[in-house]
Design a protein around this ligand. Structure first.
Ligand SMILES: Nc1ncnc2c1ncn2[C@@H]1O[C@H](COP(=O)(O)OP(=O)(O)OP(=O)(O)O)[C@@H](O)[C@H]1O
Ligand SMILES: [Mg+2]
Length: 353
């Protein structure tokens, strides 16, 4: 797939520039995630009172929910400089040593996609996190020597979409782990209100609700849909965005009332009309909609499962009763939910990827 779908949780480089402008800069402006926000606020406040660097923080959760935003907020709240790198950028222990040895006292080091760091770098990080020390290996083979290097105290903020892939020893070295959950519609309305204000847009409450309900619980998607609605309003010379305008604009972009896009709907449609609701194998389903198996599995399926529209069973994919209703179809009398077809629960994001 070449283009990122409108309802993808992930972002393209171009979009990150637009996102930076909408990022809340402090905990107070960060909407939702009440528990994580309160806990993190306590960790940071305690560190400030003790006049020490904060414990290392791990943030996990699906794309677009605010991990990078929170990492930046940690640095801002601690009034500390921020260094940004990522797991894929650290392929050798030496890459990490170079970063660590140049940190200033109290600096916040943000490592995005920390689960993609190489194993030797990871092992170096263990010692750095625990003892603020690394061993730099000089030379090769029998003549190699390890020179210990003291590091100034720093705070590591790690982010991952796949907490399940982090090795236990690494996870255990974080003093605080925050798991970000999908946002409720009312929380997304608050995100949108704030963004609309920054973008100088006039949107009424019903307009916010309409956009929020199509945003798949994800602030990044909410902000993206808001920009598309803004474009529509601009072209149609309509200054006031209400529910009718928002739904017209988003219908045009093929994002429906529940946030499903064309691919999601065609998967459900094929499942219901061509396979009588399943069970049907994933690859057969993918062929029926003319997509790669991987696209169906990673792009469409997680959201459809989360919404209770599609089920995974040992015998294949099935349409849940809600799928028929959502497509305006009548579910068959004998819904295929018999023995051996009960969908496997799939609550965590890791299971779905
Ligand atoms: N709680 C929030 N309040 C307001 N805006 C938010 C919130 N969370 C995220 N956003 C907005 O959503 C966008 C994406 O957030 P962010 O980049 O932090 O996500 P992420 O979890 O790091 O995603 P990825 O896994 O792709 O790196 C940003 O523009 C940010 O402004
Ligand atoms: Mg991020």
């Amino acid at each position: 797939m070449s283009e990122n779908p409108l309802v993808a949780g992930t972002s393209e480089p171009d979009e990150r520039v637009l996102e930076a402008a909408l990022r809340p800069k402090n905990l107070h402006d960060f909407v939702g995630q009440q528990r994580v926000r309160e806990q993190l606020s306590l960790v940071l406040e305690a560190a400030r009172i003790r006049e020490r660097t904060s414990d290392h923080v791990l943030l996990s959760g699906p794309p677009g929910l605010g991990k990078t935003t929170l990492a930046m907020i940690v640095a801002a709240e601690m009034n500390a400089p921020l260094r940004i790198s990522s797991g894929p950028a650290i392929q050798h222990a030496g890459d990490l040593a170079a970063i660590l040895s140049s940190l200033a006292e109290g600096e916040v080091l943000f490592l995005d996609e920390i689960h993609r760091m190489s194993r030797p770098a990871e092992e170096m990080l263990y010692m750095a996190m625990e003892d603020f020390r690394v061993d730099i290996v000089v030379g090769k083979g029998a003549g190699a020597t390890a020179i210990p290097l003291e590091l100034p105290p720093f705070t590591l903020v790690g982010a991952t979409t796949r907490a399940g892939l982090l090795p236990g020893p690494l996870r255990d070295r974080f003093g605080f782990t925050g798991h970000l959950e999908f946002y409720s519609i009312s929380e997304l309305e608050l995100v949108l209100r704030r963004s609309a204000m920054l973008m100088d847009l006039k949107v009424n409450s019903a307009g916010f609700t309409e956009i929020a309900s199509r945003s798949r619980g994800t602030p990044r998607i909410a902000n993206r849909l808001l920009r598309r609605v803004r474009d529509w309003a601009l072209v149609h010379r309509n200054e006031h965005i209400d529910a009718t305008l928002a739904s017209r604009a988003l219908d045009m972009y093929e994002v429906d009332a529940r946030g499903l896009d064309r691919l999601d709907r065609s998967v459900l449609h094929a499942l219901c009309t061509k396979f009588g609701g399943g069970p049907v194998g994933l690859s057969t389903l993918a062929i029926a909609v003319g997509e790669e198996t991987e696209t169906v599995e990673t792009v469409a399926e997680p959201f459809l499962v989360r919404e209770g529209l599609l089920g995974r069973t040992p015998r294949g994919r099935i349409a849940m009763p809600d799928a028929w209703i959502h497509l305006g179809l009548t579910p068959p009398e004998d819904m295929p939910l018999g023995p051996g077809t009960a969908p496997t629960p799939s609550s965590s994001f890791d299971d779905e990827q």
